[in-house]
Design a protein. Structure first.
Length: 235
């Protein structure tokens, strides 16, 4: 088991955002979290990254407790986060953004190799490597956010709404790349508004409602679940 979350409670001030959430992800899986806005999906990823504290419960990565661990130590263990809204460094070049993704590494040859691999995954970034990230299109910024997250060589990649605001053609391209990243051995925990696409590439899925896990099943079964179809798949 790569990731184990048990009974996680998270608050924003007086707001109880996550209520006893329990999820797991095995090595090599794509696991997706679906649910309405405000269900707690982004909060869960932020908690896993150490960006917001847990009030109760436990989080373990590769058998190691990370519940109270600071973000930079979680990254060092092999967890990387491509956040909602991309949050690229707009005034820095594509190259510089990728360099910052590898800020904990000292292997210059490996960093250069991984940068070129990012350009193979996302050829548009290679064409724009000297451009400021703020001049990129929304789709290109999303590619950069994922590529930057990969520069730390994660074993677990947290992806938050990678298709948000993108044209359908770019959405298919992003999802094709997520599948390729996973096939290279990176476990993926995916938060995604496009529930059909997310469940189509995932092995398992969780449905969150108002901070709780409402359903858990294999992704293929969730795609056929009448409740999920009605609420999230337009059926």
């Amino acid at each position: 088991m790569m990731l184990e979350v048990e009974g996680l409670d998270v608050y924003y001030g007086a707001v109880h955002a996550l209520k006893g959430v329990t999820i797991r992800a095995e090595a090599g899986e794509i696991v997706t979290l679906i649910g309405a806005n405000g269900a707690g999906k982004t909060t869960l990823l932020r908690a896993l990254s150490g960006l917001i504290p847990a009030r109760a419960g436990r989080m373990r990565f590769d058998g190691r407790e990370i519940t109270r661990m600071p973000p930079h130590e979680i990254v060092a263990l092999g967890v990387s986060h491509a956040p909602e809204g991309r949050l690229v460094f707009a005034n820095l070049t594509v190259d510089d953004n990728l360099e910052l993704g590898a800020y904990r590494r000292r292997d210059r040859v490996g960093i250069a190799k991984d940068r070129e691999e990012a350009f193979r995954l996302f050829p548009r970034l290679g064409e724009r490597r000297r451009q400021s990230a703020g001049t990129l299109s929304g789709g290109e910024q999303q590619m950069l956010a994922i590529a930057r997250a990969l520069m730390s060589r994660p074993r677990l990649l947290l992806l938050d709404e990678p298709s948000l605001g993108l044209a359908p053609l770019l959405v298919r391209e992003i999802f094709r790349t997520i599948r390729e990243i996973n096939q290279r051995g990176v476990t993926v925990l995916l938060v995604e508004q496009n529930a059909h696409m997310a469940l189509s590439i995932a092995r398992r899925g969780y449905v969150l409602e108002t901070g709780r896990v409402r359903l858990e099943d294999e992704a293929a079964r969730l795609l056929q679940n009448e409740e999920v179809k009605k609420a999230y798949l337009g059926g």
